[in-house]
Design a protein around this ligand. Structure first.
Ligand SMILES: [Zn+2]
Length: 329
């Protein structure tokens, strides 16, 4: 059986990374941009390793040139998510890709994306919130411009701040200024750590950036004392097993630490990260969890409950999603 129609919440999704390849190809054609090299023969995204993936990702993003493109992107991504049973989603948004960090330009992009999110809610029945991310490999100074955009535009739609990009560039503490600024403005905090970095990177991230959630965090499993600390602090992990296996961050589904983390009391959720880049969907994640680990609706209801409690949304939204889950589960 497939869990396609089972209701799902997704907390870790990069907007541009969710772009269906056909959508990006269409934009490239409209604009006369030649990016045929980033696609394989089947029309999917093609790359060799994580660093190459980042370059392919950025090449795909060159087709996204204005607010109108991002409006269409939000609709394309949410239509795909909704078709996989996702009823609530949070997506990472980067002002670096939307006007280069300029606040007024960012406001235009954000306006278009907020409109699209409202339309998707009406048309596809999916709710979206936005988490502004700085891009780690663009450095701490550029991160401050992303944090400023986040602080200036926080509200009903922009509810969180985080960091994505190449994890091994710099140390978490280099970005503390931006995270402090965002936290003091009332934004909720998440940060990628422990996908490529070891337990020390996760520990430093917790100490220096004080996130409520960690993107991936899987390498914390190499230090059980740290795992226990994460469990004790109630920090939620946004685990993306399909992404980890595809990028060889872990060897296989069998070797993935999500079960260990969960068994030891860590709050885990499941997401796709950059679904078409990693040839996955939320349906496939659930189907693989069922096939590889024997997880069933009891486990998936628990994942949903954890995600609901960890969602960066207001109380009214949380209650509305809870009712939807109750009706659909
Ligand atoms: Zn990610």
């Amino acid at each position: 059986m497939s869990y396609r129609s089972y209701p799902k919440l997704e907390l870790h999704l990069h907007l541009e990374g969710g772009a269906p390849p056909a959508f990006i190809r269409g934009l490239a054609k409209e604009k006369g941009i030649d990016i045929h090299k980033i696609f394989d023969e089947q029309g999917g995204y093609a790359y060799r390793d994580f660093d190459h993936f980042l370059r392919v990702y950025e090449a795909a993003c060159t087709t996204l040139q204005g607010p109108e493109d991002f409006r269409r992107l939000v609709l394309a991504v949410l239509e795909e998510s909704a078709s996989n049973g996702v009823i609530y989603s949070e997506t990472f948004l980067s002002p670096d890709f939307c006007g280069g960090g300029d606040l007024e330009a960012w406001r235009d992009y954000l306006g278009a994306m907020t409109d699209a999110a409202a339309q998707a809610e009406r048309d596809f029945g999916i709710t979206l919130k936005g988490i502004i991310t700085c891009i780690r490999h663009n450095g701490p100074e550029q991160a401050k411009t992303a944090a400023r955009c986040a602080v200036e535009t926080k509200g009903d739609f922009i509810t969180g701040f985080g960091m994505a990009g190449a994890e091994m560039m710099g140390r978490p503490g280099d970005f503390a200024y931006s995270f402090d600024m965002a936290r003091e403005a009332g934004l909720r905090i998440t940060c990628h750590a422990g996908e490529w970095g070891g337990p020390d990177m996760v520990a430093d991230t917790i100490r220096d950036l004080r996130p409520e959630r960690i993107g991936h965090g899987i390498n914390a499993a190499k230090d059980l004392a740290l795992v226990d600390e994460i469990a004790e602090q109630g920090i939620v992990l946004e685990v993306c097993p399909g992404s980890n296996v595809f990028l060889n961050a872990v060897e296989s589904w069998e070797a993935h630490p999500i079960r260990l983390l969960r068994d030891r009391g860590v709050k885990v959720t499941v997401s796709t990260d950059d679904p078409p880049f990693f040839h996955t969907t939320m349906t496939r994640e659930y189907d693989m969890l069922a096939e590889k680990y024997g997880w069933d609706e009891t486990d998936f209801a628990a994942l949903n409950q954890t995600a609901l409690e960890a969602a960066f949304c207001d109380v009214a939204t949380r209650e509305r999603i809870a009712k939807k889950l109750e009706a659909a589960q």
